[in-house]
Design a protein around this ligand. Sequence first.
Ligand SMILES: Nc1ncnc2c1ncn2[C@@H]1O[C@H](COP(=O)(O)OP(=O)(O)OP(=O)(O)O)[C@@H](O)[C@H]1O
Length: 470
Amino acid sequence: MGAGGIAAAIVDLRLPGDDGLALLRAAPEIAPDVPCIMLTAYASGANTIEAMRLGAFDHLTKPIGRSVLAETLARALRARAANGVDTEMDNAVADPDDTMVSNSEAMRAIFKRIGLVADSDNSVLVLGETGTGKELVAQALHRNSARVQGPFVAVNCAAIPADLLESELFGHVKGAFSGATADRPGRFREADGGTLFLDEIGDMALPTQAKILRVLQERVVTPLGGRHAQAVNLRVVAATHRDLEREVVEGRFRADLLYRLQVITIVLPPLRERHGDIEVLLAHFLHHGGGRSKRLSDAALAALRAHDWRGNVRELRNTVQRAIALSEGDLIEERHLGLATAAGASAASVGATDAAPAGTPSRATGPAAAIGSVDAVAALADGVAAAPGGVAGATGAALGAGSVTSVPLAADVPAIDWDGNLDQAVAQLEAAMLVRALAASDGNRSQAARRLGLSRQQLYRKLAQYGLDV
Ligand SMILES: Nc1ncnc2c1ncn2[C@@H]1O[C@H](COP(=O)(O)OP(=O)(O)OP(=O)(O)O)[C@@H](O)[C@H]1O
């Protein structure tokens, strides 16, 4: 089949026989320079990324308005007239795992961008609040790149103490420092041939940033104590929830590293700005969290829709998992969600210094655990979210200003479902212990970390993980 006389193609995803992606794959041969617009009623993250990667001019969902279609066609024709569409192909097949669930235009734009930049070797900077899915974006970039057969190595720069991070990243030779009993390749070399994901790069110390910059510029790594630089071939994806421009202004982040990283930037919107996603994510986590047979009551759904999701998708996932565990029958009701009341939530989210307004209702019935410290109040308000059973057991934490500090008792530890999901039970216990340690330390995080036998970084990481870091 030739393409004589075709100026642009609108290709449906579901076609009899081979699908639209197969046609896209073949397009450079049969219809070079013809811009192809993918149109489907079955848009998913995976097929959007793949279509863009294969050189689709755009990826649209049905039903589609005439004006959008006309505007897209006009753009395609203009682009063709200006230059033609350069579609470089390979034989990679679409990744069947659609790990990123979404039903919002904002995320579709992200999927398109991932598809467009996945094959390049430029560094990518992924920005977004905690829990928005930055690591999933990094994984999708890797899976959809030519490096897919290579390793994907993730390093959380905030979770590793500054003095150990360099050896973690660049490796060391035996005897480089006391304790270096053997050579260690380091994460850069482990990621050779693949992708290195540097999470929380905004938390990295300045001297380490300088070394990262050198690796990006020169593509060589010198292990600590080593004399020879070793070549590495990898792509770096970095992420942070921090405002790096501000970090640069305040002298905590190197401008030259920022310029190098932000060649390609992907900014993930917070969940509260993509309401179309809440329901599909709920369905996804119900399905994958063992709650397939469970459904949400109308009031529960309304509460979930109205919640502001400061902890983004992670908070939503934790909320669903907890509700699955706490609901006895098939119906998940509002009380199983453990969402903070509006008053409690806003007091917590602005980090109010004087706790919630007097008379803030306690969230549940039962014995009240009154926590006086500001941090602990904030932690509890949001964290109940995360301190699931913690609160199932602790029930009724009264968030009153000036209330008497009392440390939740052992009875507050969640009722573990011994036959349930292990990760979930561990998470419940961890979150409950964090809340308890913070309360016992009057909100002093260093003290809480010591109590728990954690470093401060580990504690911060866990607080963020459970949405307790308000
Ligand atoms: N679109 C999505 N579909 C399905 N799951 C998602 C989606 N976005 C995020 N998640 C899930 O939410 C959780 C948090 O995602 P992820 O770790 O990628 O966020 P993050 O932005 O990297 O967070 P942090 O800044 O705290 O490291 C993970 O369990 C992830 O699988």
